[in-house]
Design a protein around this ligand. Sequence first.
Ligand code: SAH
Length: 396
Amino acid sequence: MAQLILAPDKERSVFKRHPWLFAGSVAHLVGRARAGDTVEIAAHNGRPLGKAAFSPKSQIRARLWTFDPEETIDDAFFKRRVAAAVARRAALPELAGQEGVRLIHAESDGLPGVIADRYGDTVVVQLTSAGADKWRNAIVGALVKATGCARVYERSDSDVRGLEGLEPVTGWVHGEAGGAPLSIDENGVRLGIDIAGGHKTGFYLDQRDNRLLLRQLAAGKSVLNCFCYTGGFSLQALAGGAESVLSIDSSGRALDQARANLALNPSLPAERAEWLEADVFEALRVFRKEGRQFDLIVLDPPKFAPSAAHADRASRAYKDINLLGFRLLKPGGLLMTYSCSGGIGLELFQKIIAGAALDAGREARIVRRLAGSPDHPVALNFPEGEYLKGLLVQVD
Ligand code: SAH
C-alpha cells in the first residue's frame, strides 16, 4: 500500500479526527496509487495515522476511512460502517415508521463521499468521491444486507464528482424498478419520488421535521411557500389547516410532481392550493407592487453558496429574498427561512436575516432555530456537515 506522508506539523487535523486532508497538508506519496486507492496516512516522521482514499485530482487529496492504522479497508469494513449507520437511525424513536430516511450521511457516518436515502424498499445511493466510487460494489452489497431492500438505484450525477475527475453514473445497481411509481408517506402525507429525474436522490428528506413544524403553525393561515420543489411544505401546510397555500418554483417538472402529489392525497383541500411557475425573486417583487400579504412565508432556496468562496454573492441573494419576504408579511406574521449553503455559517445567516428585517423596516424576533432532521446528523469532528440552517422569525 502506498503511503501519503504529511507535511511537517500537519497531523493536527488527523488527531482531531477530521476526515479531510488538503493538498497543502501533504508532503509526498511513497509508492504508487491511483484515484480511489487506499493509502496509508503517515506523519512527517513516518508514524502511521490511519487509512484514506487517495484523490489526486481534488484539492481534498485524501479522505480518511479510518483513524486506526491497523484497520483493513475491505468489504467487511464497509459492511461494518454501513450497518452502524443504519443501526443509528433504527435507534432513534423519532424516525420510527418513516418511509423516507437518509441512511448514510457521508462524513458524519464515517463514510466520506457516500450518501444513501431509503424510499420504502428502494435505496438511492450517491457516490461523490473517488474512494466511494471505487468501493461501489461493497457499499451497495452492504446496503442490501443491512436494510433488506429490494433494489438500489445509483444517482452519482452530482457536480462535485467533476472535482474528483469522475464521470456521472446513474442506473440500477441492484434489482430493478418496481411495478408501481415510487412514493413515501411522510407524517401522513403521501409524496411521489422521482429517483431518476428529481433533484439529489429524488427528494429533500432533510426538511422533514421542518415540514411537520409548518403543519403545526399553518391552521387558518395564508401561506406562501417559495422554492416549493415537489410541494412537501405545501402539502403539510394544507394538512395543518392552512386557509390558502400559494407555492412557487421555477421548475415546471417539479410543479407537475407537486400537483401529482396533491392528487395522491384526496383528503387534502386541493382548492386551497395554487401553484405558480416563476422566478421567486421576480414573483415577490410583483406581489410587493400588488400589495399582497401573507401570514406565513417559507423561503427554502437552493444552495446559493456551494463554498465559502461564493459567500459574498450568496449573501446578497439571501438578503434580497428575505427582505422581500419581510415586506410581504402581515403584522404578527411568521417567516420560516433557510440556507442550505455550506459556505454560509449560522452566524452569518442570522446577520443577513437581521439586515433584511432592518431594511424592510420590520421589528422581528427569532422564535425557533431550525436544522436538518436527525437522519442527517453532524459529526462533532466534521462541522462542515452542518449545511442546513434555518430561523423561524416573528414580525410585529
Ligand atoms: N422546499 C423544498 C426543497 C427546495 S429545493 C422541499 O421541501 O422539498 C429548491 C427549489 O428551488 C428547487 O425546486 C428549484 O427548482 C427551485 N428554484 C431554484 N431557483 C429558483 C428561482 N430563482 N425561483 C424559483 N424557484 C427556484
